[in-house]
Design a protein around this ligand. Structure first.
Ligand SMILES: *[C@@H]1O[C@H](CO)[C@@H](O)[C@H](O)[C@H]1NC(C)=O
Length: 493
């Protein structure tokens, strides 16, 4: 106790140099109260513990050399709006991402990634999009404006421009990455999420969109969802473009008009109209727009715009492809879908839950001019983003979340402490064969071992005991059948 007090006292004596401390803690003679552990508990090692540690060759036990001044206690919660992923959450995330990656593989896309931190200029667009208004941007120590990426597509466009013509087209890339936003009004909404993106660069035809939607359908099916759980609303921004042309609305307003119209479901209609009027759109044009946006069937669209319109031709081709892919039951035309990103130019789509309880599950579309916005040469492009949050809510609602447990094949347990080395040898052998092995690292009771085995759903228990070991054997217990037998170490597999 005396030593502990002395040690803590030292740490709180600002005038005593820190150089005193390592000498104290490394000494076998003087027990440091455990690290002056966070709470500086007044516990010290008992003399017995100290001698045991000495005999096992450890000096100092848990006490590591103190290095820096004691800090004020930290907040153990992750920063506001962010998440930790303890094992059970990480298992779920990995499972979801494995599905993203597997579907991408089925469609022969290659994985890419980009820095989470990008130059802010990559996202400055004047369209009033939510995504850029909530940009998590700041100045770095070099005075550069940077931002945590709010989405992946601009980075992808940047990389495509950088690689230039050396890339064989079409480019089919996918990425799974964390995206950030900084909301001014935080109401329990998170500031980060992960997104799976698939993009095709270099294809003019809606065959590309059809392929992208097919990949999301494939994912949904893998996750156990059917067309009665989820669907896609599909439209084309060319529908809006046709209407705007009809009313001679300048093309440069197109992106902004789309972003305003996308807010129709979130803000009152008068607000939407006010914003459109502020852009200089006539009331007559607004009424024309609203009429077309209410359309829910392709024949009606064709009647409204005429069959010569690109929008009509694109959508008809897309729906006909969907039939041949076999997912026409999953998609429906809905002219009100425009999506909130200003850079979309053609077909847009969004995945939704049919009960209408959740936000969009995913969204995507064609963005043929994004590359030139960044000073590159235009290339036809389309892609989608699929977040990690809504899908998990949906799967939870539907009871479709898998029961994931740690994946351990074997537990290796030395019954006698002196067989620890032999147990590690057994563990190494099994690991070389590719088995996942949990080697028990300290003395435990068999009762604990069985409970532990159940918790981690191990399939075998390998007991290394003196009597068997003398005969070059170990006891192997099959944890599902409870059968056990002695197996020669050389025959263990
Ligand atoms: C346990 O026994 C069952 C039934 O014989 C067998 O199917 C299973 O593969 C065994 N498990 C291990 C890990 O050997």
């Amino acid at each position: 106790m005396k030593m502990a007090a002395a040690c803590c006292a030292l740490r709180f004596q600002p005038r005593l140099g820190l150089s005193f401390l390592p000498a104290l803690s490394l000494s076998n003679q003087i027990s440091v109260c455990r690290l002056c552990l966070p709470q500086c508990s007044q516990k010290i090692h008992s003399p017995a513990a100290t001698s045991q540690e000495k005999s096992s060759g450890r000096s100092g036990g848990l006490a590591s050399p103190p290095t820096i001044d004691r800090q004020t206690a930290i907040d153990v919660n992750p920063p506001r709006g962010t998440r930790d992923f303890p094992p059970e959450d990480m298992r779920l995330r990995n499972w979801l991402f494995q599905n993203f990656r597997e579907v991408s593989r089925l469609f022969a896309f290659e994985e890419v990634d980009f820095p989470i931190l990008e130059s802010e200029a990559l996202y400055t667009r004047k369209a009033g999009e939510e995504i850029t208004e909530q940009l998590y941007g700041f100045e770095d120590k070099g005075g550069r404006r940077v931002a945590l990426r709010p989405e992946l597509t601009p980075s992808l466009a940047r990389l495509v421009i950088q690689k230039g013509q050396s890339l064989p087209h079409p480019i089919k890339w996918f990425a799974v990455g964390q995206c950030w936003r900084y909301e001014r009004t935080t109401r329990g909404r998170r500031r980060e999420h992960y997104q799976w993106n698939m993009d095709i660069i270099g294809v003019f035809d809606v065959t590309a969109e059809a392929e992208l939607i097919s990949s999301v359908v494939t994912l949904f099916k893998r996750l156990g969802l059917t067309e009665s759980d989820v669907g896609f609303k599909v439209s084309s921004r060319k529908v809006l473009q046709a209407v705007l042309q009809r009313y001679s609305i300048p093309e440069e307003l197109f992106g902004e008009v789309c972003v305003i119209i996308d807010k129709m479901e979130k803000i009152p209609m008068e607000e939407v109209e006010k914003k459109l009027v502020a852009l200089g759109i006539s009331v007559e044009a607004i009424n024309g727009l609203l009429q077309v946006l209410a359309l829910k069937s392709l024949p009606d669209l064709e009647e409204a715009l005429g069959s010569a319109e690109d929008a009509v031709a694109d959508l008809k081709q897309l729906f006909s492809l969907a039939e041949q892919y076999g997912y026409s039951q999953w998609i429906q035309f809905d002219a009100s879908i425009v999506r909130g990103l200003s850079y979309y130019t053609g077909v847009v789509f969004e995945g939704f839950d049919r009960e209408g309880k959740l936000r969009a599950i995913c969204g995507g579309g064609r963005y043929d001019h994004l590359l030139s916005m960044f000073g590159g040469t235009d290339s036809p492009a389309c892609g989608f983003g699929f977040g990690d949050a809504v899908i998990v809510e949906l799967l939870k609602d539907k009871g479709l979340l898998p029961d994931l447990s740690p994946e351990v094949d074997d537990i290796v347990f030395p019954i006698d402490q002196q067989l620890q080395g032999s147990a590690s040898m057994i563990a190494s052998r099994l690991r070389e064969k590719g088995r996942s092995v949990d080697l028990v690292l300290e003395q435990k009771r068999l009762k604990w071992i069985f409970k532990h085995a159940e918790r981690i759903k191990a399939s075998r228990l390998i007991l290394v005991g003196e009597a068997e070991w003398q005969k070059g054997m170990v006891r192997v217990k099959n944890l599902s059948t409870r059968e056990e037998q002695d197996v020669k170490v050389d025959e263990l597999s």
